[in-house]
Design a protein around this ligand. Structure first.
Ligand code: HEC
Length: 150
């Protein structure tokens, strides 16, 4: 009797776990008219993600502007504005709706900004900084090409 109950609860547990694993990997997505994956978020969740995007663009702009003025200290501060610290504020419910690839790409972009911010304080040349910004913006392009928020 107890053995049966044990196995029944184990099976239920595994189904639940499988469900969470599936949603963690696939997120909440659907095909869209332009062949990108449409991530299904509530209007408030979409606002939160787009707000983060505008913060990232502002950080990118600040970094480039400061580099143009040869102000590496300011460039470092600006780059940190798109680092991992802005991702921790994202609502965990949104995280469960984003596909794993999206999360990985987003996190690696934040890491790149943090690394760049550190290196800008370590005698990095502006040519190297611009090269790194080129690599970072490639991640913007890849993600925008693959996903949209309907
Ligand atoms: C992990 C995925 C991902 C990465 C990386 C990413 N974005 Fe986005 N971004 C999106 C999605 C999805 C949208 C919504 C696009 C749509 O619906 O067409 C978006 C929208 C935006 C918007 C529009 C904001 C608004 O208010 O409408 C801006 C600006 C933006 N991104 C800037 C950037 C910049 C700059 C980078 C790189 C430094 C970047 N994003 C990297 C996923 C990403």
């Amino acid at each position: 009797m107890y053995k049966k109950l044990f196995f029944a609860s184990l099976v239920l547990w595994l189904i639940t776990l499988g469900f969470f694993a599936k949603s963690f990997i696939q997120g909440n997505t659907a095909k869209s008219t332009d062949n990108r994956l449409a991530v299904q978020l509530s209007p408030a969740e979409k606002d939160e993600v787009l707000k983060e995007m505008r913060t990232v663009l502002k950080a990118l702009n600040g970094t480039l502007t400061a580099l143009g003025e040869n102000n590496f200290k300011e460039a470092s501060i600006a780059a940190s504005g798109a680092g991992g610290k802005i991702a921790v504020d994202i609502n965990p419910v949104i995280m469960t709706k984003l596909p794993l690839e999206f999360k990985k790409l987003g996190m690696s972009m934040h890491d790149d900004f943090d690394k760049l911010s550190g290196d800008l304080n370590q005698n990095m040349s502006s040519a190297d900084a611009i090269k790194r910004l080129g690599q970072i913006t490639n991640k913007c392009i890849s993600c925008h090409a693959a996903y949209r928020l309907p």
